[in-house]
Design a protein. Structure first.
Length: 395
């Protein structure tokens, strides 16, 4: 077989095959992102309650996770051939699950930091591989209109963690919450592998080492906007539950905030993709940036259930939509180098995610609150929106 060719055998049940691939990928996103990355958010207030963990420490743990995510994304960008290795991707899946379990088995900040760092590496590898493979598989079957649903798996994982963590807290506190989420990740991974095998049964892919037509130069304005959005949104993603947990009168509502976030995120990728088809990707992205920025501003003084729900829905309903639209636009601009474009965009996004929680945690402890960090986060999203406005590479 020549390089770049694909051995593809059409199925007599293309829709069913595509659904299996899609749901398998969504379960992978639950494991890698919904749990591996975002379970920290609802468990954080439990650790602060039981261990008196500072916001600064919480910010550093989150930052180390995103540093690992950056390292994984850089590795995938420099050595894209690694993404074809089942040993690499399988190891990333196992470590993502194990790192979640082991977070509940120690009280060492050093151990936590190493686990969050490694978990970030695993998340990046899994996110890029799952995105690329599911997109390729669905495209070959003619179901590109389903691609946006893939990232809804992240929202499903967020909603699940918001529902399950309070129950796990009653059973085993913060320890049991980490262990329980790790077990849930293992179950989702097993189910996802069973469904995802459909892809390997019908498709054999070889690494394309042919020269790429096109350039990644047009990616950079998009990548800068993505960086600033990542820098801003991650403050809410890391601390929203902890902020609500210490807001007078809303303490018991904090976990439901995360559920609302996940439920809003679940259909968001499909809705934003549909909107982009009607009004264009550029305008859809700009609308998402404005809504996200508005929610972050409202969170500064969110002292009622209505305001908190707006914050949760505006955040959950936009951040995955921005991911889906940005990665799709990146692949459009580099059609023959989609994996590298995804990796470059992910690198820029993760740089913002490293800085955001670290700076926010330090400023919150020094200023006795999150008003300034949230205002700066909203400002970062605003700057990202400006890059969207002045980017002339959209169609």
């Amino acid at each position: 077989m020549q390089e770049g060719q694909h051995d593809y055998h059409p199925s007599t049940r293309p829709e069913l095959d595509a659904l299996k691939i899609l749901f398998g990928g969504m379960l992978g996103m639950v494991v890698a992102m919904g749990i591996g990355r975002f379970a920290f958010t609802p468990i954080l207030p439990l650790m602060q309650r039981d261990l008196a963990m500072s916001n600064t420490m919480a910010g550093w743990l989150a930052g180390l996770n995103y540093l690992g995510y950056l390292a994984g994304a850089v590795g995938c960008s420099l050595r894209p051939g690694l993404l074809r290795s089942r040993a690499i991707t399988g190891g990333a899946l196992v470590f993502s699950i194990a790192s979640t379990l082991l977070m509940g088995m120690s009280v060492s900040p050093l151990w936590w930091g190493l686990l969050r760092l490694g978990s970030g590496i695993a998340s990046a590898v899994l996110f890029i591989v799952i995105s690329a493979e599911v997109v390729e598989a669905l495209t070959r079957r003619g179901f590109t209109h389903w691609i946006g649903a893939l990232y809804g798996g992240i929202g499903a994982g967020i909603a699940l963690s918001g529902i399950i963590v309070p129950q796990l807290d009653r059973l085993g506190g913060w320890h049991g919450s980490w262990v329980g989420m790790g077990l849930l990740a293992a179950l989702c991974a097993a189910a996802g592998i069973g469904l995802g095998r459909q892809r390997s049964l019908v498709q054999t892919v070889t690494i394309d080492n042919s020269p790429h037509s096109g350039s990644l130069k047009s990616i950079w304005p998009l990548a800068v906007a993505y960086f600033f959005e990542g820098l801003g949104y991650i403050v809410t993603a890391t601390f929203i539950v902890a902020i609500i947990a210490v807001t007078p009168g809303l303490e018991n509502f904090s976990s439901y905030t995360w559920v609302a976030t996940g439920l809003a995120a679940l259909p968001s990728t499909i809705l934003w993709t549909l909107l982009a088809r009607r009004i264009g990707t550029k305008l859809a992205l700009l609308c998402a940036f404005i809504l996200l920025m508005s929610g972050i501003f409202v969170s500064i003084g969110a002292d009622t259930v209505g305001k908190v729900l707006f914050v949760a829905v505006s955040f959950g309903g936009t951040f995955l939509g921005i991911v889906a639209l940005t990665l799709a636009e990146g692949n459009r601009r580099a059609p023959n180098d989609g994996r590298r474009a995804t990796a470059v965009l992910t690198v820029c996004f993760s740089l913002g995610q490293i800085l955001g929680p670290i700076l926010a945690g330090i400023l919150a402890d020094q200023g006795d609150g999150f008003a300034l960090p949230l205002a700066l986060a909203a400002g970062c999203v605003f700057v990202g929106g400006l890059f969207v406005i002045f980017d002339r590479n959209y169609q």
